[in-house]
Design a protein around this ligand. Sequence first.
Ligand code: PEP
Length: 250
Amino acid sequence: MRKKIVAGNWKMNTTVPEGVKLAQDVVAKLSEVPSDVNLVVAPSFVHIAQVGEVVNGTSVGLSAQNCADEVKGAYTGEVSAQMLSSIGVKYVILGHSERREYYGETNEKLVKKVNLALAEGLTPIFCVGEKLEERKADKHFDVVGEQVKEVLFTLSAEQMANVVIAYEPVWAIGTGETATKEQAQEIHAFIRATLAEKFGALAEEISILYGGSCKPSNAQELFAQKDIDGGLIGGAALKAEDFIAIAKSF
Ligand code: PEP
């Protein structure tokens, strides 16, 4: 059985008190969420320790939105995987399209980040997805296949077993436009088949989340698809009520 996961990517939103309140609101509604659904919150680095205090001892997993591609040392402004694991962080979002687009994150850098995260016992939520022009040119399978192969094919099966994938079409992120359930299922199945080329039956065990304007009104039809194991949620994760409604959509 693959893990069902609903992860909230808070991005650069909320002040620390607002973030603490949001986490408290999520925890307060936890009993509404089926016990086999794993909730994860990913606040900014600045929030992590205090949000961690709120979710500690609950079933909500704590995630970072990024980590450094070096172990430690003279890398001003960076946050290492070890620093994150030392305060109870369990997941780290890596390769989000905003990091690829605005901060020059390459597949080469992501190989380093994924390895460092895994070495610290963190679960990478590794993001893949095509841009609008790539979808229009019918290149989405090539683009996503390359992202999967260039990063995840460098891992051992033991490492891969601890990775979660998020398929996020860039044209659907923060735009209000969602992939149809058929489009999403098609590419999730493709990602799983690609993983199987290298990892065989393990591909069936890997959780693949959908991300891109997922909200309470469309989560149910997306999560009902055979190869969709949950969601990476941006905007709708900033309201506890919507985030919890999404988690109840399985
Ligand atoms: C995201 O950026 O991870 C995301 C899915 O954002 P949104 O839900 O706002 O489209």
